[in-house]
Design a protein around this ligand. Structure first.
Ligand code: NAD
Length: 481
């Protein structure tokens, strides 16, 4: 059986280096030791990244893409080891849309990012003026990430940055440094030295990265509160930012939907990664006429999904990654219960169970102003809210100050598209929720952030636009008379 021991040995802190023991959220037992880097370590990493960047940029797109394709092969070679380490550190099961799926997505995103074309655009060519839009490297990019999909989100940040000729300094979440250190160690098997460095420290290191004068752009994925802090700390250097922040995605089930047919997709839309997903379905609005049927079908699907230790091949749901998130979720479910909402399933964690397990929870007949609806729960609890008119559902869906994703559920796709056009969200899915694709741009509306990731738009976001405005040798300048 594959283990993650050799990966842990490769990323072990140097003798005498400050380190921290990372605990398995399913058992509370140690997973491994992570280095605790400092702001001084960050300075050295930024200097090395700045020194390595010109040669990497000079290689050109073809050579950089070839290196990323090789990095994808390296990830696949170590896939099972990476998935096991990810499962132990993050808590997510090996199976289902979880650890093996996440490692597979890293390879897929590296490949897609390597092969997405990006040619200079001719903006004007009218015989008198010729202007072209190019995307040049920015320089050194900082990548700051969260703990929910640590390997995949790191890949989303570093792959386009490298492809565009930048070098990268990564600051992983202090909850999941091992996953990011291991992934980047594997990717670095195929990259020249100094291009991709991980500085595994706390928020102080993140803040130093966001304000560092030698960092040209920060890719940030995390909470809206931290996103605002990064806007502030990056202001003095007018840094470019891509901000993928918190969400509280609404799903609207139209009256003609088939509850049984959509129940499984609704479930995974909400409970992928045990609900710890930025663009998960976090509020479900169901028309009065099929409210009870949707609740019943969803509860049947949810009750059949096994939750437990991620290394057990049977499980598809795991623990909350950390105690802090568990406490947020428990507080919100308690608030719903105290306000008189009906707990359809779950809501009853076992205090004797080790690990951060909170059972799959469905909450019905809940007021739209309840904190379980208005705050991001980021865990396995879904509020289901009744509506009577579509205008009412849209108003409730749009009422919050975040807008990452949303979904509309109906066999009548044109009716669903009409509703979609009225929703304030960066992505609206129809009859699914949360599906991301390396070819399709992804980004938030309102306080869910700004900037796009993935596809051509995602590459452009990691380049400095430059206009070349001039004449070719064969053109003569028109002189005003
Ligand atoms: P977080 O904001 O607490 O932390 C994210 C990262 O920011 C960590 O690496 C942390 O060390 C760092 N950080 C903290 N303070 C900082 C500061 N002042 N300056 C710079 N860096 C700082 O987020 P989290 O709890 O790790 O992740 C959960 C949140 O992330 C949820 O709100 C979720 O919706 C969001 N998220 C969004 C997306 C997306 O694509 N939009 C994806 C995943 C998660």
């Amino acid at each position: 059986m594959e283990t993650h021991d050799s990966l842990l040995a490769r990323i072990a802190p140097a003798p005498g280096q400050c380190s921290r023991t990372i605990l398995d959220p399913a058992t509370g037992t140690p997973v491994g030791e992570a280095p605790v880097h400092t702001v001084e370590d960050l300075e050295a990493a930024v200097a090395a990244a700045a020194a390595a960047q010109p040669a990497w940029a000079a290689l050109g797109h073809d050579a950089r893409s070839a290196a990323l394709l090789k990095a994808a092969d390296a990830v696949e070679r170590s896939a099972e080891e990476l998935a096991r380490l990810l499962s132990r550190e993050q808590g997510k099961p090996l199976n289902g849309p979880n650890a093996r799926f996440e490692v597979g997505a890293c390879a897929a995103w590296l490949r897609a990012t390597a092969t997405t074309p990006l040619d200079p655009e001719t903006v004007v060519d009218d015989g008198e003026t010729r202007a072209e839009l190019h995307y040049r490297p920015i320089g050194v990019v900082g990548a700051i990430g969260p703990w929910n999909w640590p390997m995949m989100i790191t890949t989303w940040q570093i792959a386009p940055a490298l492809r565009m000729g930048n070098t990268v300094v990564v600051k992983p979440s202090e909850y999941t440094p091992l996953s990011v250190l291991a992934l980047t160690a594997v990717i670095n098997e195929e990259l020249p030295e100094g291009l991709l460095t991980v500085i595994s420290g706390g928020p102080d290191v993140g803040e130093a990265l966001a304000s560092h004068p030698a960092i040209g752009k920060v890719m940030f994925t995390g909470s809206t509160a931290t996103g605002k802090a990064i806007i502030r700390s990056s202001a003095d250097t007018v840094k470019r930012l891509t901000l993928e922040l918190g969400g509280n995605d609404a799903g609207i089930v139209l009256p003609d939907a088939d509850p049984k047919a959509i129940a499984q997709d609704l479930f995974w839309g909400a409970f992928i990664n045990t609900g710890q997903t930025c663009a998960a379905l976090k509020r479900l609005y169901v028309h009065d006429s099929l409210y009870d049927a949707v609740c019943e079908e969803l509860a049947a699907v949810a009750a059949a999904m096994p939750m437990g230790n991620g290394l057990d091949e049977n499980n598809v749901l795991g623990p909350l990654q950390n105690q802090q998130q568990y406490d947020i979720l428990a507080r919100l479910v308690d608030a719903a219960r105290d306000a008189g909402a009906r707990i359809l399933l779950g809501g009853n964690p076992d205090p004797g169970q080790p690990g951060n397990f909170y059972p799959t929870t469905l909450v019905a007949d809940i007021d739209n102003n309840n904190p379980l609806v208005t705050e991001e729960q980021f865990g396995p609890a879904l509020p289901i809210i009744r509506y009577t008119t579509i205008d009412q559902a849209i108003a409730m869906a749009n009422a919050l100050d975040v807008g990452l994703g949303a979904s509309v559920w109906s066999p009548d796709v044109s009716a669903a598209r009409e509703v979609a056009a009225r929703l304030q969200a960066g992505t609206v899915w129809i009859n699914k929720h949360g599906a991301v694709d390396p070819r399709i741009p992804f980004g938030g509306a309102k306080q869910s952030g700004y900037g796009l990731e993935f596809g051509t738009e995602g590459l452009k976001a990691l380049g400095q636009p430059q206009i070349i405005n001039g004449w070719t040798a064969t053109q003569t300048r028109a002189t005003p008379n």
